[in-house]
Design a protein around this ligand. Structure first.
Ligand code: UDP
Length: 267
């Protein structure tokens, strides 16, 4: 496998499938089984899932309501999606933990970085709910931040489009897909990969992003097997890994030292 530890970002909207709102059971189970396949190969998998299929903070503003309140509602929406994904994974007998940026102690653990890393080392799929737990952020920012914190090798942004294009492929038939692009090129060409906060976090921490089509069954595993797909956004050159290392092609690479478990774990 090309990567040792990944952070998979799924949008809430993708969970709707063909529906106008909420969670499509078939799409949810598809995502769960894709995650199961890659986790079974030994890749450590962390997931951040959005909430746009249920609620977004900007909707509150449109109703003349308080934006901050709306953002917290959006964060709770991500917890609902995270719980659904957790259940779907458990149905497939995948060991999981849900760690939340907001304290919701009856249903999930609070986010604690060391605990997250320990779960991953034990082979559990870790789902990060409630974004970063603060308003005015997005789940893309949560994905970038958590990926940096847990020292993931890459952020895999699963979307319905198979990468980053020179123009909107739905509007411009001449648009072509970039196989690879640098952080600087994304900025100079004004391409939309993630919101600026999320993107800057990745750029400044040299964390590669791959935008790929998550809705085609088997794509996640094919991507991790090294098949070229989607668009890789990186610093470019040979040092495409974090801190100028080259971990991406070396499956034995592990930047992490085993952690001493000094915190009690929840069952
Ligand atoms: N949100 C937030 N802080 C965070 C993450 C999310 O306030 O750290 C809120 C924000 O209102 C956002 C909503 O949760 O609109 C749902 O997340 P997002 O829009 O990123 O979901 P996606 O577009 O991926 O479905």
């Amino acid at each position: 496998m090309k990567y040792n530890r990944i952070l998979l970002k799924l949008s809430g909207e993708a969970l709707m499938g063909q529906q106008q709102y909420g969670i499509d059971a078939e799409r949810l189970m598809q995502y769960a089984s894709e995650i199961k396949s890659v986790a079974a190969t030994g890749v450590q998998v962390a997931v951040v899932i959005g909430g746009g299929n249920i609620y977004r903070g900007v909707q509150a503003e449109a109703f003349g309501l308080d934006r901050v309140q709306g953002d917290y509602m959006g964060m709770l929406a991500t917890v609902i999606n995270s719980m659904a994904l957790q259940s779907a994974l458990e149905k497939l007998e995948v060991s999981t933990r849900l760690l939340s940026g907001l304290t919701i102690q009856r249903v999930c653990e609070p986010y604690i970085r060391r605990r997250a890393v320990r779960h991953l080392e034990k082979g559990r799929v870790v789902i990060f709910g409630a974004g970063i737990g603060s308003p005015y952020f997005t789940t893309d920012s949560a994905a970038s931040l958590r990926a940096i914190e847990i020292e993931a090798d890459v952020v895999l942004k699963g979307t319905r489009v198979d990468g980053i294009y020179t123009a909107d492929p739905e509007k411009d038939p001449t648009a072509t897909r970039y196989a690879e692009i640098t952080f600087d090129e994304v900025l100079s060409k004004n391409l939309n990969v993630m919101d600026m906060t999320a993107f800057t976090l990745c750029k400044e921490n040299n964390l590669p992003i791959i935008v790929f089509d998550m809705n085609t069954p088997g794509n996640l595993e094919r991507l991790l097997n090294g098949e070229s797909m989607g668009t890789l956004v990186s610093a470019g050159g040979t040092g495409t890994g974090r801190d100028g290392r080259k971990p991406l092609l070396d499956p034995k690479h592990s930047p992490l030292q085993p952690l001493v478990g000094n915190q009690p774990e929840q069952a």
